[in-house]
Design a binder for this molecule. Structure first.
Ligand code: BEZ
Ligand code: FE
Length: 327
């Protein structure tokens, strides 16, 4: 009979998982087990710490709903979302605008606006601003009819979805014109605390982090034949540009709100002028997916069931039953 030790148990697990037919799943799970075991050995994880980790992950799951994705928030606050995003961004086939985090507040249900429309239902005492610019390909040629989806906090620093699933505010879909121009009116966003009233917030606060994101506006831009761009613009002057709690802000995406811009397509409003460029799309891009999703697309219902659970699927029971008796 085999004796497991802290040193040989990793190989035992890898040996048992070696039957995995999907090569990519095999690669990912092997690496995950190796790193997880190395981590436990490294910190000499105790049973009490192990159960604390399980309790934490349980609370993260329990906090998820169609309006809230606490797992994405966890991934964001430990820099995993930013890492995956940066690695993905490096695979684009040509130079184009850099990517940033989609975050947990993107939602599919977004109203369509005509060019120049105001996405904030109520300025809530905030400052109205205009964002405008062009969407081009990597050569700087305009992309007509590109979809520009935008979302941000209201002037009170909250996303609509934080108030209720029914509320739709400060988000919109625009189309570029024949010259690739877009023009959007909104309210100047403020920096805000990420949701700190759940287990991820407890972790962030236990680490004595400030828990804030710099003021920003999210963009998801797509055009036929081009790689979808998930990005955000960060407002210059914000005190947390260098220490964003989710590591999304970067220098190339900092935009200035200008008081008097002679080139603005609408006069009398402070403006952000930013041109976005999209790389051509590859076959791999089409399959790559996004680092984020509408929380409702991940968590349908509350995930709870009152039915008995835990029975193996019928094919596994049948395979078990067909085995010879005895052990
Ligand atoms: C956001 O920008 O919407 C966001 C990103 C990551 C965590 C929390 C919020
Ligand atoms: Fe955001």
């Amino acid at each position: 009979m085999r004796e497991y030790t802290p040193e040989n148990i990793t190989d035992a697990v890898l040996e048992q998982m070696s039957t995995t037919p999907d090569p990519r799943m095999k690669e990912i799970m092997e690496a995950a087990v190796k790193h997880l075991h190395a981590f436990a050995r490294d910190v000499k994880l105790t049973p009490a710490e192990w159960i604390k980790g399980i309790e934490f992950m349980t609370k993260v799951g329990q906090m998820c709903s169609p309006a809230r994705q606490e797992f994405i928030l966890l991934s964001d606050t430990v820099g995993l979302s930013a890492l995956v995003n940066i690695m993905h961004d490096k695979t684009k086939m040509e130079e184009a605008t850099g990517a940033s985090l989609l975050g947990p507040f993107f939602r599919e249900n977004t109203p369509v606006f005509a060019s120049g429309g105001q996405i904030a239902r109520d300025l809530k005492g905030g400052e109205e601003i205009l964002m405008y610019g062009r969407v081009t390909n990597a050569k700087g040629e305009p992309l007509a009819n590109a979809l520009v989806t935008v979302w941000q906090t209201a002037a009170d620093g909250r996303y609509d979805i934080q108030n209720s699933l029914e509320e739709i505010d400060c988000r919109g879909i625009f189309r570029t014109d024949a010259n690739g121009n877009y023009s959007i009116r909104t309210v100047r966003p403020l920096g805000y605390f990420i949701p700190l009233d759940g287990p991820v917030g407890q972790m962030v606060m236990a680490q004595k982090r400030h828990g804030k994101r710099p003021a920003h506006i999210h963009f998801l831009i797509s055009a036929v034949g081009h790689r979808e761009l998930v990005t955000a613009l960060y407002l210059s002057g914000d005190e947390h540009l260098e220490d964003d709690v989710v590591f999304g802000a970067s220098g190339d995406l900092v935009a200035e709100v200008k008081a008097n811009d002679p080139n603005a397509p609408m006069k009398g409003l402070p403006t952000i002028h930013f041109d976005f460029s999209l790389a051509r799309e590859t076959e791999a891009d089409r399959k790559a997916g996004r680092v984020g999703a509408d929380p409702g697309a991940i968590t349908a219902g509350d995930g709870k069931t009152s039915a008995p659970y835990g029975a193996p699927p019928p094919e596994m029971l049948a395979a078990e039953a067909s085995k010879k008796p005895g052990f």
